[in-house]
Ligand binder design. Structure first.
Ligand code: LLP
Length: 381
């Protein structure tokens, strides 16, 4: 009963098998994105009325067609580098751009002040070394609330070991530096990590920022960051958006004077993307069946970097039982080039197309040219 009550709807990649096989015939490896899923996600977020403004964290997937779709759905865009600002401006010129750089140079900050609509500053020095840039400008201050959250140590962006944000005991100095530069601190900002499935986190960040903001009369906006998780592992459950909406409404009612902003990336695109890759070789070695594919850590870095899990499915053998235990590996000269260990898929053959799910976020954007293997291209379905 529990299972049937909570069973997830059939994912789009299972209902679009034929279209995906067509796409895979053209070239491999290939990322494929599903426009309807991205639109649905954007609409579901926009229906949460307690959030006044949504910014899409472009770093998750900055393909022009993705940015365009998300902007059309009414979200603005969060950018972290001059390259992202330019890409957002080109693909979605009407969307506002919130700039949240880390360790930016003075020149970069000066340039950003003319290209970004909103600016979040995450260091006291950044207010001091480009004071000319800020005169009369409204800024947010990004704070480190002392704790990091998320699916892996490498994506937690708070606490003493993290390079992000202004420590709370430096907040008075930051306010002073902002005033000296003629900036108006109209917002506080915190993003403490990525891949968070616990709703309590978002409530806590809002309440913490609100308690700080009450003492700073110019603050009208609280940006509680991104971090909305999606279920990658088979035993993870999706975020309950209705519960998120209720949680945010409740905490906002306690501090109704602030505008609430959020800047998720992964939630909008992770499940909307798959990676298609072709089997190149199969090797049986000491009891392990290694299935080699033409993608690898240069195409999808997440498994090697974070021990991340992506579902693997033999698209060419859809309908056949997933009864063969395999380890799926790439062609890169590194032992860490493993896309999935000990997985069950339908008996693979050379030439089959394997599908890696949940690859729409932090997939193509994190590719490298390591070993001079070619990058995957990207297709919107
Ligand atoms: N805002 C800021 C300031 C961020 O640094 C990030 C992500 C986001 C928003 C969006 O977070 P999201 O909603 O996507 O969780 N490569 C890692 C994730 C790194 C996230 C970096 N910052 C991964 O593949 O899991």
């Amino acid at each position: 009963l529990y299972r049937s009550e909570h069973s997830a709807p059939t994912p789009w990649w299972q209902t679009e098998q034929a279209a995906l096989l067509d796409v895979a015939a053209g070239r491999s490896p290939r990322y494929v994105y599903h426009a309807d899923t991205i639109r649905e996600r954007a609409q579901a977020l926009r229906a949460i009325s307690s959030v006044d403004r949504w910014f899409y964290a472009q770093k998750a997937n900055d393909h022009a067609s993705v940015l365009k779709l998300i902007a059309e759905a009414g979200l603005d865009i969060e950018c972290v580098s001059p390259g992202e600002l330019a890409q957002a401006q080109a693909a979605a010129p009407k969307a506002a751009r919130l700039y949240t750089p880390n360790f930016a140079s003075a020149d970069e900050l000066r340039a950003a002040c003319t290209q970004a609509t909103e600016l979040s500053v995450d260091a006291v020095q950044a207010l001091q070394f480009a004071p000319d840039a800020y005169a009369g400008r409204r800024i947010l201050l990004r704070l480190d609330l002392g704790v990091g959250r998320g699916h892996h140590d490498k994506v937690r962006t708070g606490g003493a070991r993290s390079k992000f944000g202004i420590a709370l005991n430096d907040l008075p100095a930051a306010l002073q530096a902002a005033q000296a530069a003629g900036a108006i601190v109209y917002g506080l900002h915190a993003h403490l990590g990525s891949g968070i499935l616990d709703l309590g986190h978002f409530r806590e960040v809002y309440a913490h920022l609100a308690s700080l903001a009450e003492r700073i009369p110019s603050v009208a906006v609280l940006n509680i960051g991104g971090g909305l998780g999606v279920p990658y592992w088979p035993d993870e459950r999706p975020l309950d958006l209705a519960a998120l909406a209720a949680t945010l409404a409740e905490v906002k009612a306690a501090y109704p004077q602030f505008e609430l902003w959020m800047e998720p990336g992964r939630f909008l695109v992770a499940e909307a993307g798959v990676l298609l890759t072709r089997v190149t070789q199969i090797k049986h070695k000491q009891g392990v069946q290694f299935v080699g594919v033409d993608a690898g850590m240069h195409v999808l870095a997440r498994p090697a970097l974070y021990e991340a899990y992506h579902g693997i499915w033999n698209l060419s053998k859809a309908g056949q039982p997933a009864d063969t235990l395999v380890t799926v590996v790439g062609q890169i000269c590194e032992s860490g080039d493993v896309l999935g260990r000990d997985r069950r898929i339908a008996a693979p053959e050379v030439g089959d197309v394997l599908l890696l799910s949940h690859a729409g976020a932090y997939g193509a954007v994190m590719a490298s040219q390591y070993n001079r293997r070619p990058a995957a291209d990207e297709v919107m379905l």
